[in-house]
Write a protein that binds this ligand. Structure first.
Ligand code: KIV
Ligand code: NA
Length: 263
Protein backbone atom coordinates (compact mmCIF):
# COMPACT_ATOMS: atom_id res chain seq x y z
CA UNK A 1 0.00 0.00 0.00
CA UNK A 2 1.30 3.44 -0.90
CA UNK A 3 2.18 5.62 2.06
CA UNK A 4 0.61 9.06 2.36
CA UNK A 5 3.36 11.69 2.01
CA UNK A 6 3.60 15.47 1.96
CA UNK A 7 3.15 15.20 -1.83
CA UNK A 8 -0.13 13.30 -1.39
CA UNK A 9 -1.37 16.11 0.86
CA UNK A 10 -0.38 18.89 -1.58
CA UNK A 11 -2.16 17.01 -4.37
CA UNK A 12 -5.29 16.65 -2.27
CA UNK A 13 -5.35 20.39 -1.66
CA UNK A 14 -4.87 21.06 -5.37
CA UNK A 15 -7.70 18.66 -6.29
CA UNK A 16 -9.98 20.03 -3.58
CA UNK A 17 -10.12 16.62 -1.89
CA UNK A 18 -10.48 16.83 1.90
CA UNK A 19 -7.69 15.50 4.11
CA UNK A 20 -8.69 13.36 7.10
CA UNK A 21 -6.61 13.33 10.26
CA UNK A 22 -7.04 11.93 13.77
CA UNK A 23 -4.91 11.61 16.84
CA UNK A 24 -3.81 8.17 18.07
CA UNK A 25 -1.53 7.06 20.86
CA UNK A 26 -1.29 3.26 20.61
CA UNK A 27 -0.99 0.32 18.22
CA UNK A 28 -4.56 -1.05 18.18
CA UNK A 29 -6.30 2.24 17.44
CA UNK A 30 -3.62 3.26 14.92
CA UNK A 31 -4.21 -0.09 13.17
CA UNK A 32 -7.96 0.62 12.96
CA UNK A 33 -7.32 4.09 11.52
CA UNK A 34 -4.72 2.86 9.03
CA UNK A 35 -7.01 0.05 7.84
CA UNK A 36 -10.04 2.37 7.61
CA UNK A 37 -8.14 4.92 5.54
CA UNK A 38 -7.48 8.06 7.57
CA UNK A 39 -4.78 10.06 5.76
CA UNK A 40 -2.79 11.34 8.73
CA UNK A 41 -2.34 10.36 12.36
CA UNK A 42 -0.98 12.95 14.75
CA UNK A 43 0.52 11.47 17.88
CA UNK A 44 -0.53 14.55 19.81
CA UNK A 45 0.82 15.83 23.08
CA UNK A 46 -2.91 15.85 23.90
CA UNK A 47 -1.93 12.45 25.31
CA UNK A 48 -1.00 14.41 28.45
CA UNK A 49 -4.73 14.92 28.91
CA UNK A 50 -6.54 11.98 27.26
CA UNK A 51 -4.01 9.23 28.11
CA UNK A 52 -2.26 10.55 31.22
CA UNK A 53 -5.27 12.33 32.75
CA UNK A 54 -3.53 15.70 33.18
CA UNK A 55 -5.27 19.07 32.90
CA UNK A 56 -2.89 20.46 30.26
CA UNK A 57 -0.29 19.25 27.75
CA UNK A 58 2.62 20.94 29.53
CA UNK A 59 4.00 17.96 31.44
CA UNK A 60 4.51 15.61 28.50
CA UNK A 61 8.16 14.66 27.85
CA UNK A 62 10.10 13.87 24.68
CA UNK A 63 10.61 10.28 25.86
CA UNK A 64 6.86 9.82 26.31
CA UNK A 65 6.22 11.24 22.83
CA UNK A 66 8.83 8.94 21.31
CA UNK A 67 7.31 5.89 23.03
CA UNK A 68 3.77 6.61 21.78
CA UNK A 69 4.90 7.67 18.30
CA UNK A 70 6.92 4.47 17.93
CA UNK A 71 3.98 2.19 18.70
CA UNK A 72 1.58 4.19 16.51
CA UNK A 73 3.94 4.30 13.53
CA UNK A 74 4.50 0.53 13.81
CA UNK A 75 0.82 0.09 12.92
CA UNK A 76 0.67 2.38 9.89
CA UNK A 77 1.13 0.92 6.41
CA UNK A 78 -0.59 3.75 4.53
CA UNK A 79 -1.35 6.53 7.00
CA UNK A 80 1.22 9.31 7.44
CA UNK A 81 2.39 9.66 11.05
CA UNK A 82 3.26 13.03 12.58
CA UNK A 83 4.97 13.28 15.99
CA UNK A 84 4.01 16.26 18.15
CA UNK A 85 6.91 18.20 19.70
CA UNK A 86 6.12 18.61 23.43
CA UNK A 87 6.49 21.76 25.52
CA UNK A 88 10.18 22.72 25.97
CA UNK A 89 11.37 20.43 23.15
CA UNK A 90 11.82 23.37 20.76
CA UNK A 91 11.47 26.58 22.80
CA UNK A 92 14.97 26.58 24.36
CA UNK A 93 17.11 26.82 21.23
CA UNK A 94 17.14 26.05 17.52
CA UNK A 95 19.72 23.34 18.19
CA UNK A 96 17.53 21.62 20.80
CA UNK A 97 14.61 21.85 18.38
CA UNK A 98 16.46 20.18 15.50
CA UNK A 99 17.87 17.46 17.77
CA UNK A 100 14.44 16.69 19.25
CA UNK A 101 12.70 16.76 15.87
CA UNK A 102 15.35 14.37 14.58
CA UNK A 103 14.58 11.90 17.37
CA UNK A 104 11.10 11.33 15.91
CA UNK A 105 12.58 10.21 12.58
CA UNK A 106 15.56 8.33 14.04
CA UNK A 107 13.78 6.52 16.87
CA UNK A 108 10.32 6.00 15.34
CA UNK A 109 8.85 5.51 11.86
CA UNK A 110 7.09 8.89 11.88
CA UNK A 111 7.76 10.98 8.78
CA UNK A 112 7.06 14.47 10.13
CA UNK A 113 6.81 16.55 13.29
CA UNK A 114 4.44 19.26 14.50
CA UNK A 115 5.07 22.24 16.74
CA UNK A 116 3.02 25.17 18.01
CA UNK A 117 3.48 28.81 17.09
CA UNK A 118 3.57 31.26 14.21
CA UNK A 119 6.05 33.99 13.33
CA UNK A 120 7.88 33.50 16.64
CA UNK A 121 8.94 29.91 15.79
CA UNK A 122 9.88 30.45 12.16
CA UNK A 123 13.63 30.14 12.82
CA UNK A 124 12.93 26.71 14.32
CA UNK A 125 10.65 25.62 11.46
CA UNK A 126 13.29 26.69 8.96
CA UNK A 127 16.10 24.82 10.71
CA UNK A 128 14.09 21.59 11.12
CA UNK A 129 12.86 21.55 7.53
CA UNK A 130 16.36 22.39 6.28
CA UNK A 131 17.48 19.22 8.10
CA UNK A 132 15.09 17.27 5.85
CA UNK A 133 12.35 16.85 8.43
CA UNK A 134 8.85 17.93 7.32
CA UNK A 135 7.31 20.29 9.88
CA UNK A 136 3.64 20.96 10.47
CA UNK A 137 2.91 24.28 12.18
CA UNK A 138 -0.02 24.89 14.57
CA UNK A 139 -1.54 28.34 15.10
CA UNK A 140 -4.60 29.86 16.75
CA UNK A 141 -5.45 28.18 20.04
CA UNK A 142 -2.10 26.65 20.99
CA UNK A 143 -2.54 24.53 24.14
CA UNK A 144 1.12 24.76 25.22
CA UNK A 145 0.51 28.51 25.75
CA UNK A 146 -2.58 27.91 27.90
CA UNK A 147 -1.31 30.10 30.74
CA UNK A 148 -0.36 32.93 28.40
CA UNK A 149 -3.78 32.76 26.64
CA UNK A 150 -5.54 32.78 30.03
CA UNK A 151 -7.23 29.44 29.30
CA UNK A 152 -8.28 27.41 26.26
CA UNK A 153 -9.82 30.29 24.30
CA UNK A 154 -10.89 30.87 20.70
CA UNK A 155 -8.38 33.19 18.96
CA UNK A 156 -9.87 36.02 16.89
CA UNK A 157 -7.05 38.37 15.84
CA UNK A 158 -7.40 38.00 12.08
CA UNK A 159 -4.36 40.07 11.08
CA UNK A 160 -2.09 38.20 13.45
CA UNK A 161 -3.44 34.77 12.42
CA UNK A 162 -2.99 35.53 8.71
CA UNK A 163 0.53 36.87 9.34
CA UNK A 164 1.41 33.72 11.35
CA UNK A 165 0.02 31.44 8.62
CA UNK A 166 2.01 33.18 5.89
CA UNK A 167 5.14 33.21 8.05
CA UNK A 168 5.12 29.47 8.78
CA UNK A 169 4.53 28.68 5.10
CA UNK A 170 7.44 30.95 4.15
CA UNK A 171 9.63 29.27 6.79
CA UNK A 172 9.06 25.88 5.14
CA UNK A 173 6.15 24.24 6.99
CA UNK A 174 4.44 21.59 4.82
CA UNK A 175 1.06 22.12 6.48
CA UNK A 176 -0.53 24.09 9.29
CA UNK A 177 -3.06 23.13 11.95
CA UNK A 178 -5.65 25.86 12.59
CA UNK A 179 -7.14 25.41 16.05
CA UNK A 180 -9.96 27.32 17.71
CA UNK A 181 -10.48 30.17 15.26
CA UNK A 182 -13.64 31.55 13.60
CA UNK A 183 -14.69 30.02 10.25
CA UNK A 184 -14.15 33.12 8.14
CA UNK A 185 -10.52 33.50 9.26
CA UNK A 186 -9.75 29.81 8.59
CA UNK A 187 -11.37 30.17 5.15
CA UNK A 188 -9.29 33.24 4.28
CA UNK A 189 -6.08 31.54 5.42
CA UNK A 190 -6.90 28.33 3.52
CA UNK A 191 -7.53 30.28 0.31
CA UNK A 192 -4.35 32.30 0.71
CA UNK A 193 -1.92 29.46 1.51
CA UNK A 194 -0.50 26.92 -0.92
CA UNK A 195 0.15 24.42 1.92
CA UNK A 196 -2.78 22.40 3.31
CA UNK A 197 -4.60 23.67 6.41
CA UNK A 198 -5.93 21.11 8.89
CA UNK A 199 -8.71 22.47 11.09
CA UNK A 200 -9.89 21.69 14.60
CA UNK A 201 -12.57 24.07 15.77
CA UNK A 202 -11.87 26.15 12.66
CA UNK A 203 -14.97 25.51 10.54
CA UNK A 204 -15.65 23.58 7.33
CA UNK A 205 -13.41 25.43 4.87
CA UNK A 206 -10.00 24.05 5.90
CA UNK A 207 -8.29 21.60 3.54
CA UNK A 208 -8.68 18.87 6.16
CA UNK A 209 -10.06 18.16 9.61
CA UNK A 210 -8.53 16.61 12.73
CA UNK A 211 -10.13 15.53 16.00
CA UNK A 212 -8.77 13.97 19.18
CA UNK A 213 -9.78 10.29 19.02
CA UNK A 214 -10.96 10.03 22.63
CA UNK A 215 -13.38 12.92 22.05
CA UNK A 216 -14.82 11.74 18.72
CA UNK A 217 -15.10 8.07 19.70
CA UNK A 218 -16.84 8.85 22.99
CA UNK A 219 -14.14 7.50 25.29
CA UNK A 220 -13.79 10.68 27.39
CA UNK A 221 -16.32 11.31 30.10
CA UNK A 222 -15.19 14.85 31.00
CA UNK A 223 -15.68 18.16 29.20
CA UNK A 224 -16.06 17.90 25.41
CA UNK A 225 -15.42 21.11 23.43
CA UNK A 226 -18.18 22.55 21.19
CA UNK A 227 -16.25 21.75 18.01
CA UNK A 228 -16.21 17.99 18.67
CA UNK A 229 -18.69 15.60 17.11
CA UNK A 230 -19.06 12.27 18.87
CA UNK A 231 -19.23 9.64 16.14
CA UNK A 232 -19.78 6.71 18.48
CA UNK A 233 -19.80 5.88 22.15
CA UNK A 234 -17.00 3.47 22.95
CA UNK A 235 -17.10 4.50 26.62
CA UNK A 236 -20.65 3.09 27.00
CA UNK A 237 -19.64 -0.10 25.18
CA UNK A 238 -16.63 -0.57 27.47
CA UNK A 239 -18.73 0.09 30.59
CA UNK A 240 -21.21 -2.56 29.43
CA UNK A 241 -18.39 -5.09 28.99
CA UNK A 242 -16.83 -4.29 32.37
CA UNK A 243 -20.21 -4.55 34.12
CA UNK A 244 -20.92 -7.85 32.37
CA UNK A 245 -17.63 -9.32 33.57
CA UNK A 246 -18.21 -8.15 37.16
CA UNK A 247 -21.75 -9.55 37.21
CA UNK A 248 -20.78 -12.92 35.74
CA UNK A 249 -17.76 -13.45 38.00
CA UNK A 250 -19.80 -12.54 41.08
CA UNK A 251 -22.68 -14.74 39.90
CA UNK A 252 -20.43 -17.71 39.13
CA UNK A 253 -21.36 -17.63 35.41
CA UNK A 254 -17.80 -16.96 34.22
CA UNK A 255 -15.77 -18.93 33.39
CA UNK A 256 -18.15 -21.42 31.77
CA UNK A 257 -17.05 -24.93 30.71
CA UNK A 258 -16.03 -23.70 27.21
CA UNK A 259 -13.44 -21.33 28.79
CA UNK A 260 -11.78 -24.09 30.83
CA UNK A 261 -8.93 -26.54 30.29
CA UNK A 262 -10.64 -29.65 31.51
CA UNK A 263 -7.75 -32.04 30.94
O1 KIV B 1 -2.05 17.30 20.59
C1 KIV B 1 -2.99 17.27 19.76
O2 KIV B 1 -3.84 16.35 19.74
C2 KIV B 1 -3.07 18.36 18.78
C3 KIV B 1 -4.24 18.36 17.84
C4 KIV B 1 -5.48 18.70 18.58
C5 KIV B 1 -4.04 19.23 16.67
O3 KIV B 1 -2.21 19.18 18.76
NA1 NA C 1 -0.66 19.11 20.43
Amino acid sequence: MKKVTVTTLYNKKKEGEKITAMTAYDFPFATLMDETGVDMILVGDSLGMVIQGGNSTLHVTMDEMIYHTRIVARACKRTMVVGDMPFMAYQTSVEDAVRNAGRFLKETDASAVKLEGGASVCDVIKAISTAGIPVQAHIGLTPQSVHQMGGFKVQRDEDRLMADALAVQEAGAFSVVLEGIPNHIAKAITEKLTIPTIGIGAGPDCDGQILVMHDMLGINSGHIPKFVKKYCNLGDEARKGIQGFIDEVKGGDFPAPEHCYNK
